[in-house]
Ligand binder design. Structure first.
Ligand code: 5GP
Length: 204
């Protein structure tokens, strides 16, 4: 039987740089995991492409998917829905490929319930001042949205205890390398590899 892939969840507060770190990870040729493209009801930002950055959808369409249980998790974040299409995740894991989710913390908590043995990584800002700078300098959000995001971020940091690892995003390249190293280590974890080697002993 095909061994299942690992479900890797990268989460952390709004503005910490999850998207940037994820793009850095996937820009490298040696990255071997598959990115699960999320669905959202927010409008595309400049340069964002449907089917690459997100599947952009209408609220009614999104709510229909919720009803049909087609989302592994979803959350409403600053007025928009975000969610992970479940079929892609299950099919890819079944093929033995690792799947990488980059999602906010409410969603990560739902995934933890459904996939308790997933790998949960919390991306941490070096400081709150730094986080505020990052949200502000992105320049695409209104004052109100920035304020909401900062308040949400403080609550989100308190949810760190649900995670297996915490990675500081002091430099994007370093954070990306740390995450990749964690995945390599996780694949060697005794609980994960033991069944494979037990089987080997049975055969020989
Ligand atoms: P943004 O609007 O800046 O692209 O994303 C806002 C937040 O939604 C970010 O924290 C991002 O990680 C999160 N997000 C993106 N996709 C998903 C998803 O599928 N599910 C959940 N729960 N959050 C998501």
């Amino acid at each position: 039987m095909q061994e299942k892939g690992l479900l890797i969840v990268l989460s952390g507060p709004s503005g910490v740089g999850k998207g940037t770190v994820r793009k850095q990870i996937f820009s490298q040729p040696d990255t071997s995991f598959e990115y699960s493209i999320s669905m959202t009801t927010r409008l595309p930002r400049d340069g964002e492409v449907h089917g690459v950055d997100y599947f952009f959808s209408k609220r009614e369409e999104f709510e229909e998917l919720i009803k049909q249980e087609k989302l592994l998790e979803y959350a409403e974040f600053v007025g928009n829905y975000y969610g992970t299409p479940v079929d892609y995740v299950r099919e890819t894991l079944d093929k033995g490929r690792d799947v990488f989710l980059e999602i906010e913390v409410q969603g990560a908590r739902q995934v933890r319930e459904k996939f308790p043995d997933g790998l949960f990584i919390f991306l941490m800002p070096p400081s709150l001042t730094e986080l505020k700078n990052r949200i502000t300098t992105r320049g695409t959000e209104t004052e109100d949205v920035i304020k909401n995001r900062l308040t949400a971020a403080k609550e989100e940091i308190e949810m760190m205890n649900l995670y297996d690892y915490v990675v500081e995003n002091d430099q994007v390249e370093l954070a990306s390398e740390r995450i990749k190293s964690i995945v390599v280590a996780e694949h060697c974890r005794r609980e994960r590899v033991e069944p494979r080697y037990k089987k080997m002993l049975e055969v020989e």
